[in-house]
Design a protein around this ligand. Structure first.
Ligand code: FAD
Length: 386
């Protein structure tokens, strides 16, 4: 069995980008080629993560961050809380710049791939490229995690005329009116005058009207007294939150899958940064296998990550099916009153059996019978949005 010597990575987004970076620095003998349809790596995103999301040596990732903070706040009508721990954000423009410095001509942007096979790909120019192994990291393209709900958001980058006064992220300001499901504002202070402000909704449907959310953000900034500011950019997203019983990711024999496409994301947030970093590390320590064995091992690993997400998908079902849209805020408020270590383990995907019991303990935040039905019965509902 010959070990993998060359890898073609399709899609220069978060997962393949981090994997290419790690392979190039840790296993330089493996030839990497990263093919991205867009003009730059990573598209238009801001990725955030907590230090506690990842175990072991994480300095390679934290040194990529565009900004880092100590602690963060959450705000509900009943209370406000500051949680400790480092929180990081990486802007895709910084991701692109830093990856290009290391990867250089291993990257081909503006290169769309039309066919993906175990050992070759076809470009839209018709050219065929061969390698020992191909990794499909095309994001949500063609992925189907139905039935699911959605985390959707629109954000504005603003520069305030006077210092805004925020010194750490406000991860959830849920004191706002509850529109279209659970709704909160999310604020990241890049500097004393620069902010990212997002209007986020945990909703039954994927419909997103950027103009409406933009108007809501503008109204929020006025109410919160941020004074005058200039809008310098925006970003939008809509991420699937699979319910219990959702279709698992599908893998073709011989192919490797990375990122969202492989189902490597947190079921209750749709976030994939920690899973992408873990996948990059996994690939480095498994790249001495032959290509077929590597593909089998990657699929097995992805299926096991998906199975471990079952508890969170059951929670999604309770949240979206047992709680009325305007009542979902109470569920989140209850969650953020819990032990900070438990909250950290929830987001890092490392809940123990007793953590799961703890999360289900206490006065039920949703009607008991509806909650139990949503938790124990797989959702087969294929209505729009669910
Ligand atoms: C605006 C936004 C903000 C987010 N914020 C966070 C966050 O804070 N924290 C977090 O953990 N997660 C966040 N997420 C969720 C998730 O982590 C991201 O969606 C992440 O980028 C997914 O990584 P990926 O590698 O699977 O896919 P992507 O990063 O989407 O990469 C897929 C890449 O494949 C390319 N591609 C697609 N088809 C082809 C083709 N045929 N040929 C060549 N290239 C192709 C695309 O152009 C794209 O660059 C966010 C998502 C969005 C949309």
């Amino acid at each position: 069995m010959q070990q993998v010597r060359s890898i073609l990575m399709v899609g220069g987004g978060l997962a393949n980008g981090l994997a290419a970076l790690r392979l190039t620095t840790q296993r330089p003998e493996v030839q990497v080629r990263l093919l991205e349809a867009g003009p730059q790596l990573g598209g238009e995103h801001t990725w955030c993560w907590h230090d506690s999301d990842l175990a072991g040596e994480t300095s390679w990732l934290t040194q990529l961050a565009s900004a880092s903070w100590d602690g963060y706040d959450v705000r509900f009508p009943e209370y406000q809380r500051t949680l400790s721990g480092r929180y990081h954000a990486l802007r895709s423009s910084d991701f692109h710049r830093q990856l290009m410095e290391v990867l250089g001509d291993r990257v081909q942007t503006s290169t769309a791939v039309t066919e993906v096979h175990a050992k070759h790909v076809v470009l839209d120019s018709g050219e065929q490229l061969q390698a020992d192994c191909v990794i499909d990291g095309r994001g949500l393209f063609d992925a189907n995690f139905a039935p699911c709900a959605y985390q959707k958001f629109h954000g504005l980058f603003v520069t305030t005329a006077a210092p805004h006064g925020l010194t750490r992220p406000l991860l959830m300001d849920a004191t706002v009116s509850q529109l279209d499901g659970y709704r909160f504002l999310y604020l990241l202070p890049w500097s004393d005058r620069e902010l990212l402000v997002e209007d986020t909704r945990y909703s039954d449907n994927p419909d997103l009207d950027p103009a409406e959310l933009r108007a809501e953000i503008v109204a929020y900034l006025a109410r919160a007294g941020f004074g005058s500011y200039e809008i310098t950019g925006d970003e939008s997203g809509c991420l699937p939150l699979p319910l219990y019983g959702a279709r698992s990711p599908q893998f073709k024999d011989g192919l490797l899958y990375a990122g969202m496409r492989a189902g490597l994301f947190h079921p209750t947030t749709g976030y994939s940064m920690p899973d992408a970093a873990r996948f990059a590390n996994w690939l480095v320590s498994n790249s001495d296998r032959g290509s077929a064995a590597l593909a089998r091992a990657a699929s097995k690993r992805a299926r096991s990550v998906w199975r471990r997400g079952d508890f969170c998908r059951r929670l999604n079902s309770m949240f979206f099916k047992a709680a009325a849209p305007t009542e979902r805020r109470h569920v989140m408020a209850r969650f953020y009153e819990r032990d900070p270590q438990l909250i950290a383990r929830f987001y890092s995907g490392s809940l123990s059996f007793f953590d799961c019991l703890r999360l289900l303990s206490g006065p039920p935040p949703v009607p008991v019978a509806d909650g139990a039905r949503a938790f124990f019965l797989k959702t087969t509902n294929t209505e729009r949005g669910l």
